[in-house]
Design a protein around this ligand. Structure first.
Ligand SMILES: Cc1cc2nc3c(=O)[nH]c(=O)nc-3n(C[C@H](O)[C@H](O)[C@H](O)COP(=O)(O)OP(=O)(O)OC[C@H]3O[C@@H](n4cnc5c(N)ncnc54)[C@H](O)[C@@H]3O)c2cc1C
Length: 324
């Protein structure tokens, strides 16, 4: 159990790819590091099979995150399963309040990811990674020659449908309104040119059916006289909200998507506060495990430089070797 009286050089908030990327480098820079995150592995751990992380042609997301954690644990980084509810900065020292304790550090790295918007249907959580996905870029290749549905009416849903159409046998794009008006025209025209995409407009998914694996959807408006639609997968592309609350409370700048704005060195607009991964604006729409991990690494490197220069803010112990 960490000693709350002892300040850290850096506290990393999160336990996903960005957090573990940051922790690996923080440890190697010999900074006194605490990782504190409420759900081990973040989205990657729930994402089922990962086929686009270099070094692994095929790995379960949970196992990949476990490997990241073990690598960091081997460097004796402290890791806590807890949620940070408050983050404040006083005279250059950060104070964090979690459910089980209070902690202080010179630098903080926010790696808290995004909250996927859900349909809110029973079984949605249980079938996540078993037919229910929130990321077509990630999971499309897993549905080769199968039937899938995409829910949503924005650019992500349309682009997801076009991508899925390259793998799946048939793609049903389900949207609650009568017309797709929000996507970029170029994406709409690509959609029209995808012969295996069927648009089910004015339609809502009102239920998911499956036992350990998604089998079919219940629609509120019948298609081909049937309210049941047999599919192997459903992609819920109705948006995601960056968890920006801790950053906004400190006054950090966020963009119109709610993402924390960072420099290419993963600095936020608050001195000593760094951020990486899906919560930031760093990689545009390509929010992936590999991009998040890399951003965590860069954030740790910037934090190290900062701690080396401002190491006395919370009377930290000496930092490790020099970046020069
Ligand atoms: C279904 C699905 C499949 C995917 N498949 C792939 C794939 O195949 N390949 C790929 O590259 N990417 C994939 N992704 C995307 C990838 O998972 C994300 O880009 C990546 O997880 C982002 O990492 P992150 O560390 O930024 O955030 P996250 O993984 O979301 O981690 C955020 C962490 O912060 C913690 N946290 C949040 N708030 C607090 C708080 N206040 N206090 C403490 N902890 C907090 C969370 O518990 C979590 O541990 C997939 C995503 C989904 C949803």
């Amino acid at each position: 159990m960490p000693d709350p009286a002892q300040p850290y050089d850096v506290i990393i908030i999160g336990q996903g790819a960005a957090a573990y990327g940051a922790a690996l480098y923080s440890a190697r820079y010999q900074m006194k590091t605490l990782v504190i995150g409420d759900e081990f592995g973040g989205e990657t751990a729930t994402g089922s099979t990962i086929e686009n992380y270099p070094g692994y042609s095929h790995i379960d997301g949970f196992d990949l995150m476990l490997k990241m954690k073990e690598q960091v644990q081997a460097l004796e980084v402290e890791i806590l399963d807890d949620r940070v509810n408050e983050l404040a900065q006083e005279e250059g020292c950060f104070n964090l309040k979690a459910y089980d304790g209070e902690y202080r550090s010179t630098a903080v790295i926010l790696a808290v990811g995004r909250e996927r918007r859900k349909l809110g249907l029973p079984l949605e959580q249980d079938l996540m990674g078993k037919g229910v996905s929130y990321c077509s870029t990630c999971d499309a290749p897993l549905y080769k020659d199968q039937s899938v549905a995409v829910v949503g009416g924005g650019d992500a849903a349309v682009k997801g449908s076009v991508l899925l159409a390259k793998y799946a046998k048939e793609v049903y794009l389900i949207y609650r309104k009568a017309k797709l008006t929000r996507p970029e025209p170029i994406n709409l025209s690509l959609l029209e040119k995808s012969p295996n995409v069927v648009q089910l407009l004015d339609t809502n998914v009102k239920g998911l059916v499956g036992n350990g694996k998604l089998e079919r959807l219940e629609l509120d408006r019948p298609y081909m006289d049937q309210s049941d639609l047999k599919v192997d997968g459903i992609f819920i592309e109705i948006g995601a909200d960056p968890r920006n609350q801790l950053a906004t409370k400190l006054g950090a700048m966020i963009n119109d998507k709610g993402e924390i704005m960072v420099s290419k060195l993963m600095e936020t607009t608050i001195t000593g506060l760094f951020a990486g991964g899906d919560v930031t604006d760093a990689s545009g729409e390509l929010k992936q495990t590999i991009t998040s991990t890399a951003q965590g690494v860069i954030a740790a490197t910037s934090a190290y430089k900062y701690v080396s220069e401002h190491g006395n803010a919370c009377q930290v112990h000496a930092a490790g070797y020099s970046l020069d």
